[in-house]
Write a protein that binds this ligand. Structure first.
Ligand code: ADP
Length: 159
């Protein structure tokens, strides 16, 4: 069984993330989308809320599991018996950081490989930080996030 991990902050999950996840779920037998509990990074939404929103957004995808983890991604991947990490690429600007990260991970653990996926062009520019910016300035984010995220943010005053 080919298991892949899609790690990230997902703060919040966007339609770009979801598109990557769907492609991953077509390629691999199982994809675990895993929210990193990074204590140094002050989040917009609490990790448990992010996990809940992802679960609601992926409920139609049978071979996707939602989880969170602390510490090194490769250690988490080993624990979950996954040999592949999925990361998304939007533009050249992502490339340098993502390449560095994948090389650091493969030097820590050579049997874990990173694969890069891209989204449909219409989702390519979407990032969690752009969405936060639009939301905090009272703009319409409905086109950029899955329905559960839209409803959650609409009904709550998050800042
Ligand atoms: P991180 O904090 O680990 O970068 P993110 O939640 O911002 O976590 O992103 C997780 C992964 O998804 C990253 O590899 C990022 O490049 C990718 N990603 C995010 N948005 C998009 C998008 N619109 N198109 C393609 N990849 C994306």
């Amino acid at each position: 069984m080919k298991i892949a991990i899609y790690p990230g902050s997902f703060d919040p999950i966007t339609k770009g993330h979801l598109d990557i996840l769907k492609t991953g779920a077509e390629i691999f037998d199982k994809v675990i989308i895993a929210v990193a509990r990074n204590s140094e990074k002050k989040g917009f939404l609490p990790v448990d809320e992010r996990v809940k929103l992802i679960k609601e957004s992926v409920k139609d995808l049978d071979n996707v599991e939602v989880d969170s983890f602390e510490g090194l991604t490769i250690e988490y991947a080993k624990k979950r018996e996954a040999k592949v990490l999925i990361r998304g690429l939007r533009a050249v600007s992502d490339f340098e950081y993502e390449l560095q990260l994948s090389q650091a991970n493969s030097s820590l653990s050579s049997e874990i490989k990173t694969v890069f996926l891209t989204t449909k062009p219409k989702y390519n520019f979407i990032s969690s930080s752009t969405i936060k910016e639009i939301y905090l300035n009272n703009g319409d984010i409905s086109k950029f996030v899955p329905e559960p995220v839209y409803e959650y943010l609409k009904n709550r005053n998050v800042s």
